[in-house]
Design a protein around this ligand. Sequence first.
Ligand code: CA
Length: 225
Amino acid sequence: MKILIVEDETKTGDYLKQGLTEAGFVTDLARDGWEGLELARARPYDLLILDVMLPGLDGWQVLDGLRRAGRDTPVLFLTARDAVADRVKGLELGADDYLVKPFAFAELLARVRSLTRRGRAGIEPTVLRVADLELDLLRRRASRAGERIDLTAKEFALLELLMRRQGEVLPRSLIASQVWDMNFDSDTNVIDVAVRRLRAKVDDGFEPKLIHTVRGMGYVLEAVA
Ligand code: CA
């Protein structure tokens, strides 16, 4: 799950990025409206968290630009203003939800989870399963044959991507774009190292092996008998 945060206040932006990363989301952070709109139009995000008062374009203009570009990415607005008129304006422009600052992080996380589920047409399973491997997206837990597997946030995001697209060979470039943020240098072997660590946790001591390398192409998760 990939989230774009558009927030000019350094403290709030960093706090959101850190909290959401710890909760297992992949995040990009834009510091003004222009950058936010450019990223939101160019890259696939599951959710936008959009501050209203921004330099360059304000939050309304970013949302308007995004919808005009035909993108229906869910949008959660953050604002210090609690005016009813603002709230109505946001919803009219096609915002999906609205949170007034200051807010508790738990409240934000609940909205984020609800919006990212809604974005997938409401048929989103909360537990992914392949063979005896289970990934519980709500409790953020993985297990194999009933045994708990401890994953880092990055490993969780990687496994979620591989399981959602099981049977599909995923090139490194796609994995990089979905699991790492925009500052990631995909020329490094970071992905290979991460997959190797994940594979050791998921496959060592279990059969069948689930995570496979497809030479020259990428990685695939599937249960091959
Ligand atoms: Ca602001």
